[in-house]
Design a protein around this ligand. Structure first.
Ligand code: SAH
Ligand code: SF4
Length: 386
């Protein structure tokens, strides 16, 4: 069986090389070719002995899932849809900003958590992505962008695990994928530039803190259990008090960090000023709150089956004011890529028809496809404030 080398972190690749009777430094060389140079063919790897290249050709491959669609927004946001087989498609979104380039990465096809406001959740759960399928999103996007921007410098400076799926319910694939992102022989991202976003899988927050304490974002969405049980069903298993404790423990593993609480603004559901006051009490609770945190308010991205409405800008601002008046750093996420549905499972939500993904894609409303050379990751006016 051929191994897909995108499935390995450096340790895994070293073990693979050992099985081939090769020394460890070969694994480092290979790793650099794959992730730093974007090589997909062993013949490109000029400093590897011909005999090794031949051996690799019969035992290994470097293979990302095929791209089903690439959508480019007028604001420079790019969304790719990857075909992961069996009628499943997952997406990755590149968001260029003035001072950084962020890639939003998926961890599962579908999601079992089933939050009320999330179109990925509404699709149900299909399966966990492999390490290779997670890291392929970064591998493909980074090298695609470098090629088309004609640069040899790094384009993606930040990764957020905020695409489809609950990353902490795919922990065994998540951690090696994070290690590849952080590895200096691969993407060399600092752990503060890689964010895992979770709906609150408490035991796995603890494990992440021990194994790989990257930046943590927690999708809170409600100030009390009654409302959160309804919006994020996982709350029935891990209620808010336990989640807050897990956040506090996490910060002990990641000193000088803070937790980002995400809060999706749903009109007249969770967006009243009194609810903001309740949040302040929760977060500032003596001995039980989370001192080091910030809030990121996300305008709800509506989809028909949700029955929910995006909060007005006025309500979002009033809510934000309560938090910031209490001294909590609060940002409001700029919506990006609206014209290509670049938020949170929207496109893949549309194509989740196992019969014919390709056909449904072509039926999608036309999206603007600019020549890629026109996209620039720098100098955009649309800098986000998070
Ligand atoms: N499962 C993880 C990560 C993926 S979702 C989590 O829930 O944190 C990433 C973020 O997008 C989460 O904060 C989620 O609440 C938010 N989100 C999901 N659907 C959304 C929608 N329709 N509009 C706005 N934000 C949404
Ligand atoms: Fe899953 Fe996150 Fe969507 Fe909830 S918001 S259903 S956890 S992907």
């Amino acid at each position: 069986m051929t191994a897909n080398l995108l499935d390995y972190d450096l340790e895994g690749l070293a073990a693979f090389c050992e099985r081939l009777g090769e020394k460890r430094f070969r694994a480092t060389q290979l790793f650099r070719w794959i992730h730093q140079k974007g090589a997909s063919q062993f013949d490109e790897m000029s400093d590897l002995a011909k005999s090794l290249r031949e051996k690799l050709k019969t035992s290994a491959a470097i293979k990302a899932p095929p791209i089903l669609a690439q959508h480019i927004s007028s604001d420079g946001t790019i969304k790719w849809l990857f075909d992961v087989g069996g009628g499943d498609a997952v997406e990755a979104v590149f968001i260029p900003e003035e001072d950084r380039g962020t890639l939003c990465v998926s961890s599962q096809a579908g999601c079992a958590v089933n939050c009320r406001f999330c179109s990925t959740g509404h699709q149900g759960f299909s399966r966990n992505l492999t390490v290779g399928e997670i890291i392929s999103q970064l591998w493909f996007a980074e090298h695609f962008l470098r090629k088309h921007l004609k640069t040899s410098e790094r384009v993606i400076s930040n990764v957020v695990m905020m695409g489809m799926g609950e990353p902490l319910q795919n922990y065994t694939a998540l951690v090696p994928a994070l290690r590849v992102m952080l590895d200096d022989h691969a993407y060399g991202l600092s752990r503060r530039r890689v964010t895992v976003s979770t709906s609150g899988v408490v035991p796995m927050i603890d494990r992440l803190g021990q194994d790989c304490p990257v930046a943590l974002a927690v999708s809170l969405h409600a100030p009390n259990d009654a409302l959160r049980n309804d919006l994020v069903p996982l709350n029935r298993k891990y209620p808010i008090a336990e989640l807050m404790q897990a956040c506090r423990r996490y910060l002990a593993f990641a000193p000088r960090d803070f937790i980002t609480f995400e809060y999706c603004m749903l009109n007249e559901v969770n967006d009243a000023p009194e609810q903001a006051t309740e949040l302040v009490k929760l977060i500032r609770q003596e001995g039980a709150g989370v001192a080091w945190c910030k809030f990121n308010l996300i305008p709800f991205n509506p989809f028909p089956a949700s029955g929910l409405i995006r909060s007005s800008q006025d309500r979002v601002l009033a809510f934000a004011r309560v938090l910031s008046d209490a001294g909590i750093v609060t940002t409001i996420r700029k919506t990006r890529g609206d014209d290509i549905d670049a938020a949170c499972g929207q496109l893949a939500g549309d194509v989740k028809d196992r019969t014919d993904v390709q056909k449904r894609i072509s039926r999608q409303r036309t999206v603007m496809l600019k020549p890629v050379s026109e996209i620039t990751p720098r100098g955009r006016e649309n800098a986000s404030n998070d």
